[in-house]
Design a protein around this ligand. Structure first.
Ligand SMILES: [Zn+2]
Length: 93
């Protein structure tokens, strides 16, 4: 599961710019509720919240992989980075 989440996250990393990810994970109004869940989870895992994390640090931290995967799944951001990533995320259930 972690490996699959990593793959989806890696695809996102490769296909979007830092600013786009920053927007999706922190600022996009469309995903506000999901961002809240994501950052609550990240804070639980790392003791640090949204303002203390650059997106690249978030992706680099293995403790945050589960939270990222959940975010990708609930927002369908994965579907923005190609059908393969979507299938991967969907396959995780
Ligand atoms: Zn937006």
């Amino acid at each position: 599961m972690i490996a699959l989440g990593r793959r989806a996250a890696n695809t996102l990393l490769k296909t979007t710019g830092e600013r786009t990810r920053e927007h999706l994970f922190k600022h996009c109004r469309k995903w506000k509720r999901q961002q809240k869940v994501l950052w609550a989870e990240v804070r639980k895992e790392t003791g640090k919240g949204k303002d203390c994390h650059a997106i690249r640090d978030l992706f680099a931290d293995e403790r945050c992989t589960g939270a990222i995967l959940g975010f990708l799944r609930t927002t369908e951001v994965g579907s923005r980075v190609g059908p393969r990533a979507k299938a991967t995320v969907a396959g995780v259930g």
